[in-house]
Design a protein around this ligand. Structure first.
Ligand code: FPP
Length: 243
């Protein structure tokens, strides 16, 4: 079975999962942490190279203050609880997004977790917090514009590789498989540049219900897709163009 090298996931539906059980929204986010753990474990077992999870978008700051505070607390607790085991499994953990907006307490936990796991050669796990695809592209444009202004780069020499190298996921292969739970069928400002050729997979399951069997189903669906990257189907045709 052909496996994706890189999986990107929008973990949606925690609130609806909680509401369906008469629970507060934060109970859905706590249950979501369990689903994250199961998903990471399976990706490690399957030797997937990279997994990128959308945990909090630039737009999620607009949620009620109490929910935002609970989510941030959940991230801190999850780091305190999980980093040792991630490290033992050779996972390299990184956060992507506008981390200057995060509480200093969370920023320092993130820096410590990234430092501890930086040398690991197993699963590259990216957690997107305060992340937006447009923010990522704008920041890359700012970096490249600064290089042009300094004269180290000429505008006419700019290529796709320069842009890719200035983005948060620099150095990683683009996601092969995008999964969104919770029933919506949109990208919602996730990895806009990197998802250009990614296979999209949507499921109505809410994130806390997305278990190992559901992940395997997504992987099987991916294995059946034919990826052409703009080329035609089948074996590469012999050229009919004459010199
Ligand atoms: C979307 O569901 C989910 C979130 C905004 C938070 C996702 C965070 C987690 C699952 C915790 C992950 C933690 C780590 C450390 C990776 P929603 O609240 O939008 O649900 P709804 O659409 O049903 O309201």
């Amino acid at each position: 079975m052909s496996l994706p090298r890189h999986i990107a996931i929008i973990m949606d539906g925690n609130g609806r999962w909680a509401a369906a059980r008469g629970l507060p929204r934060h109970a859905g986010h706590s249950a979501g942490i369990e689903a994250v753990r199961a998903c990471v474990e399976r990706c490690v077992e399957r030797r997937i190279e990279a997994l990128t999870l959308f945990a909090f978008s630039s737009e999620n700051w607009r949620r009620p203050g109490e929910e935002v505070a609970r989510l941030m607390g959940l991230f801190v607790d999850a780091l305190d609880r999980e980093v040792a085991e991630l490290h033992a499994n050779r996972v390299r953990l990184r956060f992507i997004g506008e981390r200057g907006r995060l509480a200093v307490r969370l920023q320092s936990r993130i820096a410590a977790a990234e430092g501890k796991t930086a040398g690991n050669d197993g699963l590259a796990l990216q957690i997107a917090v305060s992340y937006g695809g447009r923010w990522d592209i704008v920041r890359a444009a700012q970096r490249l514009a600064a290089q042009c202004a300094e004269g180290v780069l000429q505008p006419r020499e700019l290529t796709e590789s320069h842009v890719a190298a200035a983005l948060e996921l620099a150095g990683l292969p683009d996601p092969d498989l995008f999964i969104r739970t919770g029933g919506e069928r949109r990208i919602s400002n996730f990895l806009l540049w990197n998802l250009a050729y990614t296979e999209l997979y949507f499921t109505d399951l809410n994130w806390p219900d997305f278990d190992v069997a559901a992940l395997e189903e997504a992987l099987e669906c991916y294995a059946r897709r034919e990826r052409r990257f703009g080329r035609v189907a089948g074996p590469a045709p012999r050229s009919t163009v004459r010199a």
